[in-house]
Write a protein that binds this ligand. Structure first.
Ligand code: ZN
Length: 136
């Protein structure tokens, strides 16, 4: 989803394109000087990049948190030494495992989908049980 300042920025770009004028990406003042300039001042340039970094960081941190929690839950279930374990899906649900967040997947020769979470994989059976596998 775009933040309001991003929507405003896009709108300004469209207006600027139609008027052949360039507007500062942050404060929307007309930019004077070199034709490749995108900001009216260094202050605006710095603030723009600061906000961009901050909004990216928030989303990335949240996703990392979910993935790390998922890995912890799988580790908790499989224990320290087991190569694999088959458990009921409700155990994962109770621990608030988020099935939508994975780091990758692969499909084996029998067309079974393995969901990867870092060094673990999990696979769901039609009876609702889940196989957790330690990779490598
Ligand atoms: Zn500006």
């Amino acid at each position: 989803m775009l933040a309001i300042w991003q929507v405003e920025y896009v709108t300004q770009i469209l207006i600027a394109m139609s008027q052949q004028k360039k507007y500062c990406r942050l404060c929307k003042k007309i930019v004077r000087g070199r034709s490749d300039k995108k900001f009216c001042s260094n202050a605006c340039k710095n603030e723009y990049h600061f906000r961009l970094r901050k909004s990216t960081q928030g989303v990335v941190t949240e996703t990392d948190k979910i993935l790390h929690r998922n890995r912890s839950i799988l580790l908790e279930c499989i224990g320290k030494n087991k190569k694999q374990i088959r458990i009921s899906r409700t155990i994962l649900d109770k621990k608030k495992f988020n099935h939508s967040y994975i780091t990758g997947y692969y499909i084996n020769s029998k067309e079974k989908v393995y969901h990867l979470i870092y060094d673990f994989a999990w696979m769901e059976f039609s009876d609702g049980s889940i196989l957790i596998i330690r990779r490598g």
